[in-house]
Ligand binder design. Structure first.
Ligand SMILES: Nc1ncnc2c1ncn2[C@@H]1O[C@H](COP(=O)(O)OP(=O)(O)OP(=O)(O)O)[C@@H](O)[C@H]1O
Ligand SMILES: [Mg+2]
Length: 257
């Protein structure tokens, strides 16, 4: 499959005078996991909020499944088959786990389909079944992340936007969550756009990657290629050896020795 499910063309978004993303163009191919890597403040969350209609872009256009969704209402974007798992999960703390999941399905009329998807997410995250009657606010951070992902699935989406699922989680839990993300992609055929600071995990699970710096895309390639690039190893994977090589090359370029 090589068809684009989501396309951003020259998208610019700002908070008052602060331009957070500056002319971002990217393509998410149907059936793939695509990642956007970037450090703190690079503009990752802003990209996702602009796609799902929480922020209206100043410039550019966004199309989803061939339809122009630029500046559409978030609820309408959900109806078209796009679910957003926000940064920091944002579950409803005073509702039970079960009711949080039902909130995910509020746009759907197919009760059988909802019941089936409920079983599927309990299969992915058995702890959510055990805790179904408990207030979501009482779950651990990792369990809340599971709930946020499960709630997104309950909307029956073709594309899930995932904002830093690893935030604040132990390496072990992060690995578990990423394994489920891959299963959702492979077993349900759901396309995933994942933004992450954890480049190591993201590059291991995604097919294609974009690197975002100061609101601009500075690099794009298949993840297998990105993993081997020295500047990615140095700045995003924290590999010292690559860092030393990169620095030597850089000094050479600048005629420092
Ligand atoms: N509500 C806001 N008001 C003003 N500026 C904002 C707001 N939200 C984000 N920004 C600014 O926009 C830029 C991009 O922020 P964004 O949250 O998209 O980055 P990010 O890549 O998601 O960062 P992080 O990895 O820390 O989540 C930053 O300079 C940030 O300070
Ligand atoms: Mg963010």
């Amino acid at each position: 499959m090589t068809e684009a499910i989501l396309t951003l063309a020259n998208v610019e978004s700002a908070y008052g005078p602060i331009k957070a993303i500056r002319g971002v163009s990217l393509v998410v191919t149907e059936g793939q996991i695509v990642t956007v890597l970037g450090s703190n403040g690079a503009g990752k969350t802003t990209i996702l909020k602009t796609i799902s209609g929480i922020i209206d872009p100043r410039k550019g256009s966004i199309s989803f499944r061939g339809e122009d969704i630029t500046a559409r209402e978030p609820s309408e974007v959900v109806r078209l088959g796009l679910s957003h798992v926000p940064e920091g999960r944002e579950v409803f703390p005073l509702l039970s786990v079960h009711d949080n999941l039902l909130m995910g399905a509020y746009t759907r009329k197919d009760r059988d389909g909802v019941a089936r998807d409920m079983e599927t997410v309990f299969g992915y995250f058995p702890i959510l079944r055990e805790r179904a009657r408990i207030d979501a606010g009482l779950l651990s951070g990792g369990q809340q992340q599971m709930l946020a992902i499960a709630r997104a699935i309950l909307a029956g989406p073709a594309l899930i936007l995932l904002d830093e699922p690893s935030l604040g989680l132990s390496p072990k839990l992060t690995k578990e969550i990423f394994e489920i993300v891959v299963r959702i992609n492979r077993e349900r055929g759901t396309t995933i756009l994942l933004v992450e600071q954890n480049a190591n995990m993201a590059l291991n699970v995604a097919d294609h990657g974009y690197v975002l710096e100061n609101g601009r895309i500075v690099m794009e390639d298949r993840c297998s290629v990105l993993r081997e690039k020295d500047d990615i190893k140095e700045f995003y994977l924290g590999m010292k050896e690559a860092g030393a090589r990169g620095e030597r090359r850089w000094k050479k370029k600048k005629n420092w020795r």
